[in-house]
Design a protein around this ligand. Structure first.
Ligand code: AMP
Length: 217
């Protein structure tokens, strides 16, 4: 039985990664690190790091590897004993190599990579239905016209406009999918193929079963 403490979650934009990240953290008692959420918090706080990151985020570009690696290395150093879930990192093979080297220095390694492989057709259909409330920040999945929480007319998320989304998707395919191959070579990838729309709980149950099989193999 493998001990699984360091998880990486990989999935395309709108693949349901956020929902499954919550599921994994709760089920396996993992401390999550979402680099996207952390960077957004830095931007909101107006920190030096946030100001630097904002330039790239506004242009739907990846923040440079050295900036992101710095944040994650610091975080890992102070969380070396916890089970953890990296969400949105590593996003390039260079980041994966840095992560592997940093963990090795601590005598640790990535234990498992959960790869949510959602078909492009499904992602496109989802994106068109994904809306956000400009007032309270509520997000919905079913194209609601009005916010279910505060009644404000809903809008499409700024980073979900077709051009920005297409760019994020392209970057994911060219830069992030090679990360999956990097870890596949290490025999650490658990792949969940999703081709039909369904309940997030169904995907969670499949992930849980696949992790169990991986741990016992
Ligand atoms: P996310 O919420 O994961 O989609 O991330 C939002 C934005 O933060 C991305 O579009 C990138 O600009 C930036 N970002 C998050 N994680 C990384 C990473 N590992 N490497 C580079 N940029 C990142």
């Amino acid at each position: 039985m493998k001990t699984l403490k360091r998880f990486v979650l990989v999935g395309a934009p709108a693949s349901g990664k956020g929902t499954q990240s919550s599921f994994l953290s709760e089920t396996y008692d993992l401390k999550p690190l979402s680099t996207g959420a952390l960077l957004r918090a830095e931007v909101a706080a107006g920190s030096e790091l946030g100001l630097e990151a904002k330039k790239y985020m506004d242009a739907a570009q990846f923040v440079p590897d050295d900036v992101v690696n710095g944040i994650v290395t610091q975080w890992l150093g102070s969380n070396r004993n916890c089970g953890c879930l990296l969400d949105g990192y590593p996003r390039t093979v260079a980041q994966a190599q840095t992560l592997d080297a940093n963990l090795a220095e601590l005598g640790l390694a990535v234990d498992i990579v959960v790869y949510l492989n959602v078909s492009p057709e499904l992602i496109e259909a989802r994106m068109l239905r994904r809306k956000a409330c400009p007032k309270c920040g509520e997000t919905t999945r079913n194209g609601e016209e009005l916010c279910p929480k505060c009644g404000t007319p809903m809008i499409v998320r700024t980073d979900d406009n077709p051009e920005a989304f297409a760019k994020r998707r392209r970057d994911y395919e060219t830069l992030t999918l090679p990360v999956v191959e990097h870890y596949r070579e290490q025999g650490k990838v658990v792949q969940i193929d999703v081709v039909e729309e369904g309940e997030p709980e169904t995907v969670s149950a499949r992930i849980e079963a696949a992790i169990k099989a991986y741990a016992e193999a």
